[in-house]
Design a protein around this ligand. Sequence first.
Ligand SMILES: Cc1cc2nc3c(=O)[nH]c(=O)nc-3n(C[C@H](O)[C@H](O)[C@H](O)COP(=O)(O)OP(=O)(O)OC[C@H]3O[C@@H](n4cnc5c(N)ncnc54)[C@H](O)[C@@H]3O)c2cc1C
Length: 314
Amino acid sequence: MSGITFLTSADLPPGVEGVVRAGGTDLQERLRTANATPHILDLTGIDGYTSVDRDDDGTRIGAGTTIATVARELSDDYPALAATAGALATPQIRAVATIGGNLAQRTRCWYFRHPHTACLKSGGDSCPARGGRHLYGVVFDTSACVHPHPSSIAMALLIHDAEVALAGGQSRSVAEVLGDGVDPTRDNQLGDGELLTAVLLPAPWPDERAAYHRSISRFEAEWPLVEAVCRVRLDDGGRVADCGIGLGGVATVPLRMRAAEDLLRGSTLDDDTIASASAACTQRAEPLPETGYKVPLIEATVREVLERVAADQA
Ligand SMILES: Cc1cc2nc3c(=O)[nH]c(=O)nc-3n(C[C@H](O)[C@H](O)[C@H](O)COP(=O)(O)OP(=O)(O)OC[C@H]3O[C@@H](n4cnc5c(N)ncnc54)[C@H](O)[C@@H]3O)c2cc1C
């Protein structure tokens, strides 16, 4: 990425606040509802910002790489990430939305997006969804905010132990950038003006088996009610040598299902193991009055991806 000058809000005239735009699929809607500053720094067109580069250590995806490119170009070596990318939103959105913008997108809670409602993320002092309508809300109630994190890509990157590179040269793990989701005022832990320049993936697993599934209230053009992604590497005896299970739509950050992963490691992917691992994903679920339906949906969604991985069907 040498030779590239990244603009940040610091490049705006004194006293003027700005926001960067990548594909604009989240930002434009927030501008329409007066939920973001009108001063925009457009990132599209920056030379080298959209390339995918591989070496022996892994793969570097420029933050401006579109979701469609991720789905298309990474399907052989990172099938879990590619399947997640290929299923989100619509073909039109995937063609312009970027991996950096996807990670940094703001919550899709209807109270946050409403121009005449204040919530904890828009300067208010309470969460109107908690006492109001929260049908699409969290099941793991760990924050004063009750709307799930919107990024499917972040969920997939968690199970790849991915990092992000930032303008200025530092890198941080995706888990660190997401944080624990407890602070109700934030969607991520990026600092003001902090710019993602790339996503960094460790080397792919040989013969990775992967599956992604979303339980959704309509065919497409909607966030999932619950989504799950799984990647597995089997040893020569057909036992799980390594695995990752990510869950989205259920908490203010995407979750990695470590307890379920521990159950899978060292086991064969038989019916009993799949049932126990799927059930483990609902441990500590604490649904809201309107989100109890998501508890069985979590178990069914995880079971779906595990069964597909067992059958080696993406
Ligand atoms: C109908 C519909 C359905 C959708 N379904 C899903 C879904 O199922 N799963 C899912 O994950 N998403 C979904 N989306 C959201 C969509 O994927 C995001 O809007 C998109 O990924 C954002 O990327 P962008 O490049 O357009 O970002 P922009 O809109 O340009 O930016 C989004 C935010 O990120 C910031 N930003 C952008 N680039 C950077 C950077 N490099 N560094 C730091 N900050 C940056 C911007 O300032 C802005 O605040 C859906 C959207 C729609 C409209």
